[in-house]
Design a protein around this ligand. Structure first.
Ligand SMILES: *Cc1c(COP(=O)(O)O)cnc(C)c1O
Length: 368
């Protein structure tokens, strides 16, 4: 068989989540972030679902944009981190520019192609990653004057819009507003200012500007883990289910060590299931003795260390189970559910990493 983990992606959930985003952002234009293969959900299929409902797609690198273009996706694509000039023209992409050198390269390529390129300019208001920092307006105005370049958008990115204390995020919004005012005062007519990631869409109406730029929410998760926004969170539907079929069932007596390092030893006569998912499938080794999966509608514990391709689960308390039955790693079964946020807490990480790890390694199937 191929690798054992299957990621089932429900495309209707994506539409539902987009509606939640539009409601929260007062129907601003949406830049749908589909980088990292749509956070593990498959960028081509997700983008096909979104093309008629969003205004832009955003990817990290031009290679991702090329894949979308090759699949017939024609809406504007913003490339967040990779201004490869040749690809930008070849695939008709919108680069994000965070320094003058890149702008000059693009301008030369534009002249060579005898074409114009629309760009978005990135300003660093507090993320400390990429973008113009000093003399921001002056440099942006210089770029606007380069041949073949027209600045269609100005963007920035939050470093912590996911906290209850919104003071740093508000400071970033204030800086962004100041830059906007300065550019407009200098006669630069930029159509689209945007800064709102999912966290900001969920909690900061002041962050909406001319468009919103969510990723995580599209896939059904709120980046906010505070109880205050639970009601919003519940409207989102996680689009990804991850499952694997039980490979083997074994009756093992008391005092049997399970898996590498004997970190789990049975305390009773046990029924142990072996499932074909391991850390090579993105099921982190941190889940060793530290996660649950769903079998027959019941949460059962992972026992012993997670291996490269296999994981053991304790099925002793499950009444009816057979080899070949499904074990749900993320998803619902009966009245129970496990989501990527829960796994993230256990592995001391964030749902983003759980989704990209599991989703990008499993075989994907789609429901719509
Ligand atoms: C990934 C990313 C987003 C989307 O962030 P979410 O938290 O997933 O909504 C938006 N903007 C930029 C620049 C990003 O890198």
């Amino acid at each position: 068989m191929n690798r054992g983990a299957i990621a089932e992606i429900d495309l209707n959930s994506i539409s539902n989540n987009l509606r939640v985003i539009k409601d929260l952002s007062n129907n601003r234009p949406v830049i749908a972030v589909v980088k990292a293969d749509a956070y593990g959900h498959g960028a081509v299929d997700i983008s096909r679902k979104l093309v008629n409902e969003v205004d832009y797609l955003a990817v990290a690198f031009t290679g991702e944009a090329r894949e979308l273009r090759d699949s017939g996706i024609n809406i504007p694509i913003i490339v967040l981190f990779d201004p490869d000039a040749a690809d930008i023209f070849k695939y008709n992409l919108i680069p994000v520019i965070g320094d003058k050198k890149t702008a000059i390269t693009l301008s030369k390529e534009a002249e060579k192609n005898n074409r114009n390129v629309s760009v978005h300019v990135k300003v660093d208001t507090g993320m400390g990653r990429l973008g113009f920092t000093e003399n921001t307006t002056k440099e942006i105005l210089e770029i606007a004057n380069l041949r073949g370049i027209s600045i269609d958008g100005v963007m920035s990115h939050f470093s912590e819009a996911d906290l209850l204390d919104t003071s740093f995020a508000m400071m970033q919004i204030n800086r962004f507003n100041a830059i906007k005012a300065e550019l407009l005062n200098n006669g630069l007519n930029v159509r689209l200012f945007h800064i709102a990631n999912s966290a900001a869409v969920a909690t900061l109406p002041e962050s909406r500007f001319d468009a919103v730029r969510p990723g995580l929410m599209l896939y059904g998760y709120s980046p906010i883990q505070k109880t205050e926004v639970r009601s919003q969170k519940s409207e989102l539907i996680p689009a990804m289910t991850v499952k694997a079929k039980i490979l083997a069932l074994r009756r093992l007596p008391t005092d049997t060590p399970i898996s590498y390092g004997r970190t789990f030893i049975t305390k009773r006569d046990s029924l142990i299931g072996v499932i074909p998912i391991g850390y090579a499938d993105g099921f982190s080794r941190r889940f060793s003795n530290n996660a649950e999966v769903l079998v027959s509608g019941k949460k059962v514990p992972v026992v012993g260390r997670v291996c490269m391709d296999l994981t053991m689960i304790d099925l002793t308390d499950v009444e009816h189970v057979e080899e070949g039955d499904e074990a749900i790693i993320i998803g619902r079964q009966g009245n129970e559910s496990i989501d990527a946020a829960e796994l993230a807490l256990r592995a001391d990480t964030i749902p983003y990493e759980i989704l990209t790890s599991l989703g990008n390694m499993a075989k994907r199937v789609y429901n719509s």
